[in-house]
Design a protein around this ligand. Sequence first.
Ligand code: C2O
Ligand code: CU
Ligand code: CU
Length: 513
Amino acid sequence: MISRRKALKTMGIGSLGASTAFGFSPFVLAQSQTPENPLQIPPLEQGEVRDGARQFQLRLQQGTSEFFPGTSTPTIGINGNYLGPTLRFHRNELVSLHVENQLGEDSTLHWHGFHVPTAEDGGPHQVITHGSSWNPQFTVMQFAGTFWYHSHMLHTAGEQVYKGLAGLIIVEEDDQQLNLPSTYGVDDIPLVVQDRRFDDDGSLLYMSAYEDLVMGMHGDTILVNGTHQAFFEATSTLVRLRILNASNARTFTFAFSDVREFQQIASDGGLLENPVTLTTLELASAERAEIIVDLSDGRDVKLISIGKEPNFPEFPGAMSEIMRKLDAQDFDILSIRPQQELQASAELPENLTSIYRLPEAAATNTREFLLAMGSGMRSGEDRGPGRGTRNGNGGGYGGGQFSINGRLMDMNYINERIIFNTTEIWELSNSSPMMHPFHIHNGQFQLLDRNGAPPPANEMGWKDTVKVGSGETVRIIMRFTDFTDDEASYMYHCHILEHEDRGMMGQFLVVRE
Ligand code: C2O
Ligand code: CU
Ligand code: CU
């Protein structure tokens, strides 16, 4: 039997950003299994406006989840058993987050993608010890879009997120009149997509295979909003999917089973200028995209992820075979079933917003970041305290550890100092055999180019996480405004959480002079 990936490849749409029109191909629907479970929609938490701020109560807690009928899985969540509520923020509004840690271990909660002062950021320095609470407040400066929050605990972020410590944030702009599908859970659907690995007794397996150290934690089972084998019954002709790749390490290449086109309308930091027509969409860990799918033909369709041929060079030893297999896997993500009578959605506007492109000439400094395998000369002293294999058992090829500019994360070492109110170009290059999604705290940046070529249309919006493929050089441009602190730092890191936990992270200050 010809595999889905092969079939799509044969049709020539295996690569990122391809957007050619193809005919209907019935081969996929026929061979997939039937999903049984209605897609769970995370509860929408709007907060309560009091004392001039929108107040949210968030409790980190232990729980159990029933992903498979009759099997209970120990998990962690925020105000629930697994994952957290979707928080709705409004642009320019003050939010106040009351975070209470009842996990039984230390944690943090980071507002991924937000431009906030260091003390409110929820990075590894803002530890919330078990039994205590933390109350950050900040003004929402982001544009309307899809963001998220998750644990950023040093060395254990990977395990905590894996077990459920993450949730979505939707930012709204109250005066926006685009008529996009925006009824939460009805035609505006959050999709927190994760791959997980389970033991026979239903418990989550974490770091149970050697390659997890190198590749990051990959699973063979897909959960969407914590739902295994999910289906969604659509009631409108257009549906907006807010996709967050909340996997620890896996990159998904999303497509529809009948190869239909869809429109991407937003990237990490908000709307794109115009909808971008795609048939496949690649999202690495932590990247988000909002897409619009047209269901007016009334046909059932599946959102799938297509496995891909690895484009990295041979890994030494047996690892190359393992890596190949991990990336090559296809998945069903969500089955979409349009109901008999569909509500007619408003037409998608041709223009969504206008984006001010940061001019390259505005940059006063260029900084280079080398993402590399092994931890260079400093592997020993910078390794830091850790717990077992998570923290690495040596650099070099054997340990599969990755570093940035030859260093591993050190809580007491500031890697970069940036002058307040400047614009910088960061040149990210990757000499390692695998892709790393590079993430910077303190807000959103723009891509200048990838290997000297202009970025594809769907990477021309605001971004906070960017894929840097093996052998690639990606240049981004970012402004460092509003917040400055001589002591407290922001992070930059690989968003493969096992890489981050094992040291692929650095700190920067934004200083006055
Ligand atoms: Cu999504 Cu530093 O994190
Ligand atoms: Cu972040
Ligand atoms: Cu990485």
